[in-house]
Design a protein around this ligand. Structure first.
Ligand SMILES: [Zn+2]
Length: 714
């Protein structure tokens, strides 16, 4: 009883029979719950969680006999304690409570989401958001992730409202003008995954995905914006069931667009809630970035149906793995869904944002100990999602995708319907791969920061010298952190053959003998490792000369990114960075361009008067040939990423390059866009709006605000 955040385990639930009757007009709800429990040892108290609920009545039934309970609610610990006059015997019992609550406006618990319909009327949807600990605001429960149970949910609804929840609709009864919708029982799962939604919602016809009915639900009038989400969800469900080698664990799948939603989306089993902009879209008039976000988020939430919902962290310290792994899976699914988007190349940009934070002295380990659930709130950041996904990807690439997946499958079958610690995953992969997975991963998970690998090569090219030290922007002389670094090295030999070799750098240094002498080499092949690489000058020169012939997009990205990192650390000059960028003016990959230009943008911010004009001229010289190649208007031959590249180049020419001709052209397109928005390709429109915003006068600002207010889609 000393830990105020963990309930006693004397009485534990295994099935909730929950009925809720929300009243959207009065913003209240009434509820009843009958919970089948097992009493481990005789006790006179039953302790569970509840907050902001009024409990009118509570009793415990044992062998058909009802025992009245005294109820006390304790606000600081968010607990509800039932006290009985006589001890409950060990064994089965049913705990029953009748309660009331308010539909709040706080975007958590059971809350009101409002929107304005096409007729200008304000409408209300009652919906839920329970992660991490807000199920207790909607019904009394054992609100901890490892106390899993089955949920049988019923909702009372009025008029033409629709009700959705985790299960499929099992039965609808009409009693005295109201309908009661009963849903099928869920699998055994955590309380934070329970969801119920009542209100005016439109639904698509269900699509049958290997026996699972899949729908999208949204506020009335928005069904035309749902087909893309349906296509993505259908693809993702099949991909994921195959990847995990386990069928989807629910019996229906509803994706629900909610007008007021605090997070991006929430992985409630079978009832995934989304912000409208992350689900509803007109793909003919959206940028590739917008579409990619939607695919990412849908795939991420659906990955959670297995990784998170079916196998769940024991306590909130494990939330990072839940999120990191779902992020890793989202990238895999998106990469497969649209190969031409080259999703892993784009992930470089996200990895860079993680590097930025992780290179500070104030960074943190990915996993840390969590006492109160609030402690875990600090985990929802770039170190959890982006660094976490990056280190998972690093492991996958080092082991090979098949060996890694075999470990994941082992983990899923071993722990399905259960709860795990982070190390359970590494142990499962270690078991199937025979590699020291736990040792490798512990060094990345339990210490903050990341290394830079110094690389040089012997004169005969036969031995690579590798050394690691912690990478920070400001010097950190006393830091002796070491990582267990999985390296994938690609090198070319005199006969122009290309070889790949793997090595594990566990100590400070490693001398690696190559099978044949190398003429050039890449130490972070395909850029999946979460570390910086610093090549000795001669090596870097040959590598830069090889940039287009020998390096992949992601590797060129890494070269630019690592160089920029060393500029921030003060070991490379900004001038050297610009020279490297100018050497890459033939670049055709949008991610590499973005990285070059964000570096130049940061240099521009510290440029003094006089320097700025020089820099702008160099930007124009750098960007103009690429923009000429790309052109201002879409072409038949454009791939999806070419549209995005054009957008990036237009933006850079007009703002960073301060090119007057480009600015004039942007202004013309902006006015064309105002007259007929559909006549401007979406990626060009995005660039034009960004540039106009940078230079706008009052007239343009008014036009933008008006466009925002009149917009016909989220
Ligand atoms: Zn997630």
């Amino acid at each position: 009883m000393s830990d105020p955040y963990r309930l006693p385990r004397t009485v534990l639930p295994h099935r909730y029979d929950l009925t809720l009757a929300p009243n959207l007009d009065t913003a209240t709800f009434a509820g009843s719950v009958d919970i089948a429990v097992v009493v481990a040892e005789p006790t006179t108290t039953v302790v569970m969680n509840a907050i902001e609920l009024a409990v009118d009545e509570a009793w415990v039934t044992v062998n058909g006999i009802r025992h009245e309970a005294h109820v006390s609610l304790d606000e600081p610990t968010e607990r509800c304690t039932l006290t009985l006059t006589e001890p409950l015997p060990a064994g089965d019992a049913t705990v029953s409570l009748r309660f009331r609550g308010l539909l709040n406006d706080k975007l958590h618990g059971f809350y009101r989401s409002t929107f304005t319909d096409d007729d200008g009327n304000e409408r209300v949807i009652a919906t839920t958001q329970f992660e991490a600990t807000d199920a207790r605001r909607a019904f009394p429960c054992w609100d901890e992730p490892d106390i899993k149970a089955v949920f049988g949910i019923s909702l009372w609804i009025d008029g033409d409202f629709r009700a959705v929840s985790n299960g499929a609709v099992a039965e609808v009864e009409t009693i005295e003008g109201r309908r009661r919708v009963r849903f099928t029982d869920t699998m055994i799962m955590s309380t934070y995954l329970v969801a119920f939604i009542v209100g005016p919602l439109d639904a698509t016809e269900p699509i049958d995905v290997d026996g699972i009915p899949l729908r999208v639900l949204c506020p009335p009038g928005r069904l035309p914006l749902t087909p893309f989400a349906l296509e993505v969800a259908e693809y993702s469900l099949r991909y994921l069931a195959n990847y995990f080698d386990l069928p989807y664990p629910g019996d229906s799948m509803d994706l629900v667009a909610i007008p007021d939603f605090a997070f991006g989306a929430m992985e409630n089993l079978g009832c995934v809630t989304f912000r409208e902009t992350l689900l509803l879209v007109d793909p003919d008039h959206a940028t590739q970035g917008e579409l990619q976000n939607i695919v990412d988020v849908i795939a991420h939430e659906l990955a959670h149906m297995w990784f998170g919902d079916l196998v769940t962290m024991d306590w909130w310290n494990g939330i990072w793995l839940n999120e990191a792994f779902a992020t890793f899976m989202e990238l895999k699914v998106t990469d497969a869904f649209r190969v031409q988007w080259e999703r892993w190349a784009g992930f470089g940009l996200a990895r860079s944002t993680a590097f930025d934070t992780d290179a500070l002295h104030t960074t943190r380990p990915i996993e840390y100990s969590v006492v109160s659930p609030e402690d875990a709130a600090g985990m929802f950041d770039v170190l959890t999602y982006e660094k976490g996904a990056a280190v998972v990807r690093m492991l996958e690439q080092y082991l090979g995708e098949d060996r890694f997946r075999a470990g994941i499958r082992r983990y899923m079958t071993l722990h399905q319907y259960g709860n795990t610690e982070t190390t359970d995953l590494w142990d499962a992969i270690e078991e199937t791969s025979g590699e020291p997975v736990r040792r490798i991963m512990d060094s990345w998970i339990f210490q903050g920061g990341h290394p830079v690998i110094d690389v040089s090569i012997s004169d005969d090219g036969a031995t690579v010298h590798l050394a690691q030290r912690r990478f920070t922007y400001l010097p950190h002389p006393l830091d002796t952190s070491l990582w267990c670094v999985p390296l994938i090295i690609r090198y070319a030999t005199a006969d122009a053959a290309v070889h790949t070799t793997r090595a594990l750098l566990t100590g400070e240094t490693l001398d690696l003998a190559l099978d044949e002498p190398a003429t050039w080499l890449v130490v972070n092949a395909e850029g999946h490792g979460f570390f910086r690489v610093s090549y000795a000058p001669a090596l870097r020169q040959t590598l830069t000369a090889q940039a287009h012939a020998g390096l992949s997009n992601v590797e060129r990205y890494g070269l630019v990114d690592d160089t920029w990192g060393s500029v921030l650390a003060g070991t490379t000059s900004a001038a050297e960075f610009l020279t490297l960028a100018e050497g890459l003016s033939d670049e055709t990959d949008v991610a590499v361009w973005r990285r070059i230009l964000t570096g130049v943008d940061q240099i521009e911010r510290i440029a003094r008067n006089g320097e700025r004009e020089v820099l702008q001229a160099r930007v124009r010289a750098l960007v103009a040939p690429a923009l000429d190649r790309s052109g201002w208007a879409p072409r038949e031959s454009d791939g999806d990423r070419d549209h995005e590249l054009r957008s990036v180049l237009i933006g850079a020419m007009a703002t960073l390059g301060n090119d007057h001709e480009a600015q004039t052209r942007v202004r013309e397109i902006f006015h064309q866009y105002l007259t007929d928005s559909q006549s401007v390709e979406a990626n060009v429109a995005a660039a034009v709006i960004r540039v106009t915003a940078a230079f706008a006068g009052a007239e343009e600002v008014d036009a933008m605000l008006e466009g925002f207010r009149r917009s016909s889609t989220p």
